[in-house]
Design a protein around this ligand. Structure first.
Ligand SMILES: [Zn+2]
Length: 455
């Protein structure tokens, strides 16, 4: 007997034509896609006339737990994810303690298993002298990848070039990289230190990212290790990667991620959105959008859209990195970098679909199919027999300004407040259970499970 049949869904995938079918679910898995009328079912819902896509896999979130529950924890972060159609998150290691060893990894796994309303994977962080611990977590198939910070960002996980080389030589599995060259950042930090409120894109300029990406490409050429470059933000980086991958895109095992904020915000545009603050500022300006790598100038922002449209980018991740409003209201040198975003990724991309910038099929590639491929999540990313029953029923595509009421994550603000966008999905299913509907959590008892590469 089926646990659930979603009837007459118009199923969207990245490469196949849309088709109308019933999605039949048993024990959290999709067991049949086709005609489900004949089988008995505990529950049937109609999706007639509605588009249904696979749940979004967000390969890049910072749920801040353990360590900083006033910013986010696994319950609040995963509720935000589910509300926005994200059914799997991969959490970054710069928590407190950082996720560097089996013990710390298990500590985070226990928190996520107890509290996460969506499926989860856990990155292990790279740091000097820890390669054995990394290999143990990678060879067992537990960690979803090794995260490297080439430039200092939130937390103590910066690695120098020697450590980076040894990582390429001694470890196994996917390496995810925050690519900004620390020596450039150091010089600029010193040079700008007397300026009270410098432009973050000057303090962490595009050249820091290009130098780091160039170095990474050398390392991939030497070691042929799969590398996923996080948050590409400039045209120059995209050009370097494109040249390195060659015409068939397969010369080197490099994949790339882009974040919605680098597609929608720019350093030299007046902030049209965000929550209004005093002095005419909004949460889409100043330190509120201080993030690493920085919000770039508008030429780079446009180039990143072009890269997405021309299939130069493999995945979209939110880099959901929440800080409280009080923390973000601090002066430039004290305000932390990072902005929340896990729940606005899909609404923003569906808005781009509505505006004719990209197709819904391309969104499914970027948010579902390609992340599943890059991270080796074989039972995710598609609505197909044998796959996990994580899917999203889309609603009306009419735009509506995002309000503070729509925001679910703990810090309760977004740089996109006020922006007209497609509302959150009608229904979000994790392992065949309805977790969220119209942006609200409707079943708070659902728990996701650990997702491991190769499974
Ligand atoms: Zn990040």
């Amino acid at each position: 007997m089926y646990d659930l049949v979603v009837e007459d869904a118009t199923i969207v995938s990245g490469w196949e034509p849309r088709r109308v079918a019933d999605i039949c679910v048993e024990h959290g898995r999709i067991v049949h896609v086709g005609d489900g009328a004949s089988g008995a079912a505990r529950a049937r819902v109609s999706a007639a006339g509605k588009l249904v896509m696979p749940g979004v896999i967000d390969g890049h979130v910072h749920f801040r737990s353990p360590g900083h529950p006033h910013k986010e924890d696994w319950a609040s972060g995963s509720r935000a994810a589910a509300s926005g159609g994200v059914t799997t998150v991969l959490d970054m290691p710069n928590t407190n303690p950082p996720t560097l060893t089996r013990m710390e990894w298990e500590q985070k796994r226990a928190l996520a298993a107890e509290h996460s309303r969506v499926n989860f994977g856990i990155w292990v962080g790279a740091s000097a002298g820890r390669n054995d611990a990394i290999n143990e977590l990678m060879d067992s198939g537990d960690a979803c990848g090794i995260k490297v910070f080439m430039g200092a960002s939130t937390g103590p996980l910066l690695v120098d070039d020697d450590t980076l080389v040894r990582l390429f030589e001694q470890t196994r599995g996917l390496i995810g990289v925050h690519a900004e060259e620390e020596s450039v950042l150091e010089v600029l930090r010193t040079r700008c230190s007397s300026v009270e409120a410098p432009n973050h894109n000057v303090v962490r300029p595009p050249v820091a990212a290009t130098i780091a990406v160039r170095r990474l490409i050398e390392l991939v050429e030497a070691h042929l290790r799969p590398v996923h470059i996080c948050h590409l933000s400039t045209e120059a980086e995209s050009d370097l990667v494109e040249a390195a991958r060659g015409v068939d895109r397969r010369r080197l095992p490099i994949t790339t991620e882009i974040c919605p904020h680098h597609l929608y915000l720019s350093a030299d545009l007046p902030a049209a959105f965000g929550r209004p603050l005093e002095n005419g500022a909004t949460t889409a300006s100043g330190n509120w959008i201080k993030v690493n790598p920085p919000i770039r100038d508008d030429a780079d922002r446009r180039a990143m859209w072009s890269a997405v449209q021309r299939q130069r980018i493999d995945t979209i991740g939110s880099d959901h990195a929440p800080h409280t409003m009080a923390e973000k209201a601090l002066p430039y040198w004290s305000a932390p970098s990072g902005i929340p975003g896990v729940e606005t990724t899909l609404p923003l991309l569906l808005t781009a679909v509505r505006q004719g910038r990209i197709t819904l099929e391309r969104v499914v590639q970027l948010c579902c199919e390609e992340p599943a491929r890059v991270f080796g999540l074989k039972a995710k990313g598609a609505i197909r027999e044998g796959h996990d029953a994580d899917f999203v029923v889309l609603g009306e595509p009419d735009l509506r300004p995002l309000t503070s009421d729509d925001i679910v994550c703990r810090v309760a603000w977004s740089p996109f407040e006020g922006m007209p966008m497609v509302p959150k999905p009608d229904a979000v299913y994790v392992a065949g259970r309805l977790v969220a509907s119209h942006g609200r959590i409707v079943d708070d008892d659902v728990r996701g499970s650990l997702t491991r590469p190769g499974a």
